[in-house]
Design a protein around this ligand. Structure first.
Ligand code: HEM
Length: 453
């Protein structure tokens, strides 16, 4: 440390790098883990070089507060990247757009129009329908091992598809079924249309109900509808063009699917590794939803332990352990250090969630109870727990993601008892991580579900 600081005591400590590649060789397959180990030697604010690019690594809640709160505006941009430019419409989406007026407008469309509480509530039926299809799929497995990872992934995918585009694009033939229903209804004779005082006959035959449902199914107000309405009415004070619409929708898929299903998969993995926590959660859910066939969204508010389990899962397994890179737009001082404009920043949410100084000596253990009397939350106010980020660039879809996770987990535990197939206990209960930006379990989670009803 002394050696590296010698040249310029104003820059944060850096591990020694190699010519041309800088510190890239030190990153390993699980970058968040390698960076966490380095931070134990070099401190919670390190300066690395990825090739020639200076990259700050933040590994403590205290420094995270400095970056995402005190100097939020300076660090609110995103670095340029060929990948973002190629895949995300030349950075016209929300997540990779540089800080500025365009990003501000697009983010406000997300916050006010796409992920508002009202919008999240309006997709309740989509969640309920997809969950009940999933439960049926699991029930049909009749105590044989099921690939729960795959089931959770297709559930999330179907929910996001319906929310974003109004219909599913999976292997299921939902859309076909809807079209068949539509043509059948178009050919149905409605006596009430001809003889008004016989309208009750249509009602008795269920025609009215079917018409309502089909009209609704055809006209779910999805994200594309909302964006097109904004485009038409120019109601947000700026022009939103075709590219912006496509880029936002792409963000919803890229940002939404993998992260959400990863969280469910980790929660189930941790619960299977900790049967006491699984039992406690099942007792809570079954007590509050006694006599009901499924858990409803109203019930969720009372499920305190469920919320603690989800927080604890996000603390130990943030789906995006290094969040999305930030970039500074001005020179700034962080503590004693000078940080020039154009420095990239990686926030190690994974390391921050495991800091012993905050979480105590058992920081590495899965113990949801710790959250029962803590006020630490993941909404961007507590820098000890930042799975969704904080500050200007915070994830705009927190409630969208959390509601889906809560209701899925609650229903899985309400309806089924879970155990691992004997032959795969070792693989399944380890906490082996996949590689990649969003980190999920290395092995798909195979489990046996026995129905409690
Ligand atoms: C458990 C689920 C999720 C997690 C853990 C998560 C996490 C994150 C994180 C860490 C960031 C970056 C924050 C920063 O740079 O400071 C982010 C940004 C973002 N997320 Fe999420 N997210 C989740 C679900 C979703 C969903 C469901 C959607 C959309 C449907 C979504 C859309 C976005 C968008 C558009 C951004 C970019 C915001 C910006 O750059 O201003 N996320 N998310």
């Amino acid at each position: 440390i002394k050696h590296k600081r010698g040249k310029n005591s104003n820059t944060p400590p850096s591990p020694p790098g190699l010519p041309l590649i800088g510190n890239l060789h030190q990153l390993g397959r699980h970058t968040h883990r390698s960076l966490c180990s380095l931070s134990h030697r070099y401190g919670p604010l390190m300066l690395l070089h990825f090739g020639r690019v200076p990259v700050l690594i933040v590994s403590s809640a205290e420094v995270a507060r400095d970056v995402l709160k005190t100097h939020d505006r300076v660090f609110a941009s995103r670095p340029r990247s060929k990948i973002f430019e190629k895949l995300l419409y030349d950075r016209h989406d929300v997540a990779s757009a540089p800080y500025g007026e365009y990003w501000r407008q697009m983010k406000s469309v997300c916050v006010l129009h796409l992920f508002s509480n009202k919008m999240v509530r309006s997709f309740r039926e989509v969640r309920e329908e997809e969950i009940s299809l999933m439960m049926e799929k699991i029930r049909r497995s009749s105590s044989l091992p099921v690939n729960l990872s795959k089931i959770l992934m297709s559930l999330t995918n179907d929910v996001i598809c319906r929310v974003a585009l109004g219909r599913k694009y999976g292997g299921e033939t939902d859309f076909q079924e809807l079209m068949e229903r539509l043509s059948k209804l178009l050919g149905t004779f409605s006596i009430g249309s001809y003889v008004p005082w016989l309208s009750w006959v249509d009602w008795i035959h269920g025609l009215d109900g079917q018409l309502d449902k089909t009209a609704n199914d055809l006209d779910e107000n999805d994200f594309v509808d909302v964006l097109l309405a904004i485009q038409r009415e120019k109601s947000v004070g700026f022009e939103i063009d075709r590219v912006s619409v496509k880029a936002i929708v792409l963000n919803v898929f890229v940002g939404g699917t993998e992260t959400s299903y990863t969280l469910m998969e980790w929660a189930m993995t941790e619960l299977l590794r900790h049967p006491k926590c699984m039992n406690r959660l099942q007792e809570e859910v079954r007590k509050i939803c006694k006599g009901k066939s499924s858990v409803s969204e109203e019930d969720i508010q009372e499920l305190k332990y469920l919320k603690a389990v989800i927080k604890e899962t996000m603390r130990l397994h943030p789906p995006l352990p290094l969040m999305i890179p930030h970039d500074s737009t001005q020179d700034v001082r962080l503590g004693d250090y000078h940080i020039p404009a154009g420095t990239q920043v990686l926030m190690n949410a994974w390391a921050i969630g495991r800091e012993a100084a905050t979480w105590g000596p058992d920081a590495e253990n899965f113990r949801p109870e710790r959250h029962l009397d803590l006020s630490v939350d993941y909404q961007g106010q507590s820098f000890e727990l930042i799975p969704f980020g904080a500050g200007r660039r915070i994830c705009p879809a927190i409630s969208f993601a959390v509601v889906l996770n809560e209701i899925v987990l609650a229903n899985l535990l309400h309806r089924f008892d879970w155990r691992l197939p004997a032959e795969s206990i070792e693989n399944q209960t380890g906490i082996a991580e996949s590689t990649g930006t969003s980190v999920h379990c290395k092995f798909p989670l195979y489990v046996i579900a026995s129905s409690t009803t």
